[in-house]
Design a protein around this ligand. Sequence first.
Ligand SMILES: Cc1cc2nc3c(=O)[nH]c(=O)nc-3n(C[C@H](O)[C@H](O)[C@H](O)COP(=O)(O)OP(=O)(O)OC[C@H]3O[C@@H](n4cnc5c(N)ncnc54)[C@H](O)[C@@H]3O)c2cc1C
Length: 430
Amino acid sequence: MRHVAIVGSGPAGYYTAETLQKADDIAVDVIDRLPVPYGLIRTGVAPDHQSIKAVSRRYEGVALTDNVRFVGHVAVGEDVSIDELLSLYDAVVLATGAPNDRPLGIAGADLPGVIGSAAFVGWYNGHPDFADLDPPLGAPGVAVIGNGNVALDVARILAKSPAEFAGSDIVAHARDALAHSGVREIHILGRRGPHQIAMTPKELGELGHLDRASPRVDPADLPPEGDDALLEPGMRKSVTHLRDFAANPVAKPVTIDFDFFASPVAIEGDGRVERVIVEKTELDADLRSRGTGETYAIDAGLVISCIGYQTPPIPGVPYEHGRGRFANDEGRILPGLYCVGWARRGPTGTIGTNKPDGARVAELVLGDIGRGAGKPGRPGLDALLASRGATPVTFRDWRRIEEAEVRAAIEGAPREKFVSIEAMLAAIGR
Ligand SMILES: Cc1cc2nc3c(=O)[nH]c(=O)nc-3n(C[C@H](O)[C@H](O)[C@H](O)COP(=O)(O)OP(=O)(O)OC[C@H]3O[C@@H](n4cnc5c(N)ncnc54)[C@H](O)[C@@H]3O)c2cc1C
């Protein structure tokens, strides 16, 4: 029997397991620090995008195969070390994602009211680490820093009316706080221009259909229309949305301003954030942004940086500091140790990008471990955890948690998530 441990039950973990479980004589343990599976499908993907979250049904199919086991509520690095896993399993695959916000690195970034998108998104999606975030939503101005889809998610969630969350699984504390929010002016800041965004057309187009909020683009920021022909089709569609927002401004109570060519250089305030100082930029010949020296201020009681993520290092595991991910050669880190997904590539690509990545790393693993080295595998992990008094959450337990969440749903919603580990465990009688 060959034994493989996958650390992380997000898309990368389950796509890797999907390929591995088709092999003969293999037992795969998918370990996660949370009692609930699916990584960012549960805690990252926007609560009002339920059709995207439905991909978890595919992972459930993998989890329910005989040779795959979910081992929840076990944090690698705390409850069990990498060295211990390497002694128990023929291969250990790190699919731990990139859960830490990349630091903003400007003066004032440590003021209360400046938060990263991992925290803000985790808060509205019920990640237990961020349930107590309590973001300040009293002031009209919010600055959202970044020009990718996460910035769009954050701006849209801030802008929506309570009725627009019908059918979503936004958690109760966020639903209530947003219903009483004073946010009226949302600025999305990008250092470069409309042709350099990393926003997909569907997500961008949604901003044009919000009940009480409307997007605004300064026509002067748009390049000549003929230049759009040089863009790939998806980007062209996104830019077409921006042109439409610029040409057809609609007056609504909440505004979402696209501040292009805008680089935040400092955050100021007396004991908490009050404004962001922004330097106007221009593009150089290599399409990089450079400051013009001209600055302006945006009043903001909340700043949310959406500028990317990092994988936390694990002691003893080679790490690429510049790129915030494990150092690896196509997925191989050290003998017996691999990585996949965001922990391997960095935080780029869609859910689907993790599928070929998972398949490729699984093939590598299968080729490397051959018929296995007679390691203890599952029984060994169980004995080790038992000796530490740790009781993992099984997939059957998770389904009971899920059933309780579905039962608690408000009308029209798919579920009401538990937002603390204690509440998740209480649902299974612990
Ligand atoms: C806000 C946001 C919105 C997104 N929306 C979309 C979208 O709409 N469509 C789309 O295609 N893509 C979207 N993505 C991208 C998508 O979520 C990622 O491509 C994908 O989740 C990456 O998968 P992963 O398995 O590498 O990491 P993750 O999904 O982050 O999974 C990592 C898992 O590892 C676990 N873990 C971490 N450390 C440990 C440890 N030490 N011990 C045990 N377990 C551990 C975590 O609990 C987690 O379950 C979004 C991303 C973000 C951040």
